[in-house]
Design a binder for this molecule. Structure first.
Ligand code: PAF
Length: 286
């Protein structure tokens, strides 16, 4: 595995690989790898000849009150994990190289970024879409693999890639979970033992809402209510949102239709840690 630090070096490596006819896949990450990241790498290895894993804790997607400075980092361990996973290039640029003239250019998508995460983190997706556009231009991949755990992010990136004419296939890989159901996340490291136990409530709430749908419930407000009721069993929890929406465009009809693909999404605080999770469910019938 080769570690690449400079954008210009990454671009010339990718140009050469493309000339040789290699299919480049990439996995964009902010590092602190866990098995969830490794599963994305495995999928990307299947989808291309050469895998570039991108590792960059992107400052522009964190608001000033968020956890940019304490976001977990461990480049030494990440290098070992990436090497073992079969990554060919680990691209880890520094801030000065990614944003040489400062943060003057940004990409904003209307609509899809207005709700859920976008409502609670209004500048987040501007940071994400801008850095993803930049890393696409640095790595020049044919395919990029993102995790379903950041569900709204995958919609934002698909839309951005389509509208800005990036000739890149966006693949969304399923969320990997701990044995008890908690979605794997680098931020799980923040949880103290009691919060770690409580974190299971997200999975339970998603299950309860899925069960309600399977039992015939189609009314969005009732489905949302099921998630809220389960989450509120934990008195210390703070709910940013727990909502059902169409999984293509996050539309929120009063009632879902048979055959409609729905995403159940939530973001909650356990203590100072903000966790997100989601399930995809198809409304039975038809
Ligand atoms: O999902 C993430 O880790 C980040 O949002 C991404 C896509 C690497 C952009 O910084």
């Amino acid at each position: 595995m080769q570690i690449v630090k400079k954008v210009s070096e990454m671009q010339s490596i990718s140009d050469s690989l493309r000339k040789e006819g290699k299919k480049i896949s990439c996995v964009p990450t902010m590092g602190f790898f866990h098995d969830g990241h490794v599963s994305l790498m495995m999928k990307a290895l299947e989808l291309g000849d050469i895998l570039v894993t991108y590792l960059f804790v992107n400052p522009t997607q964190f608001a000033p009150n968020e956890d940019f400075s304490k976001y977990p980092r461990d480049l030494k361990q990440d290098t070992k994990i990436a090497e073992k996973a079969g990554v060919h290039y680990l691209f880890c640029p520094d801030v000065e190289d990614m944003y040489p003239g400062g943060f003057n250019t940004s990409i904003h998508l209307d609509g899809i970024t207005d709700k859920f995460e976008g409502k609670f983190r209004p500048t987040h997706y501007i940071g994400v879409s801008t850095v993803v556009a930049k890393l696409f231009n640095a790595i020049k991949p044919h395919v990029a693999v993102f995790g379903q755990k950041d569900f709204q992010q995958t919609l934002v990136i698909k839309q951005m890639a389509k509208e800005l004419l990036f000739d890149i296939k966006i693949f969304v890989a399923p969320t990997l979970r701990e044995p008890d159901g908690l979605a794997m996340s680098s931020r799980n490291i923040y949880l103290n033992p009691e919060e770690r136990k409580s974190a299971l409530i997200l999975y339970t709430a998603l299950h309860d809402a899925t069960q309600a749908i399977m039992n015939g419930e189609r009314r969005r407000k009732i489905i949302n209510g099921v998630m809220h009721n389960t989450l509120r069993k934990l008195s210390s929890i703070k709910i940013d949102y727990a909502s059902a929406a169409d999984s293509d465009d996050l539309d929120e009809p009063d009632e879902f239709k048979p055959g409609q693909k729905v995403v159940l999404l939530m973001a909650v605080y356990l203590g100072r840690t903000r966790l997100i999770d989601n399930f995809l469910v198809t409304i039975p019938g038809k």
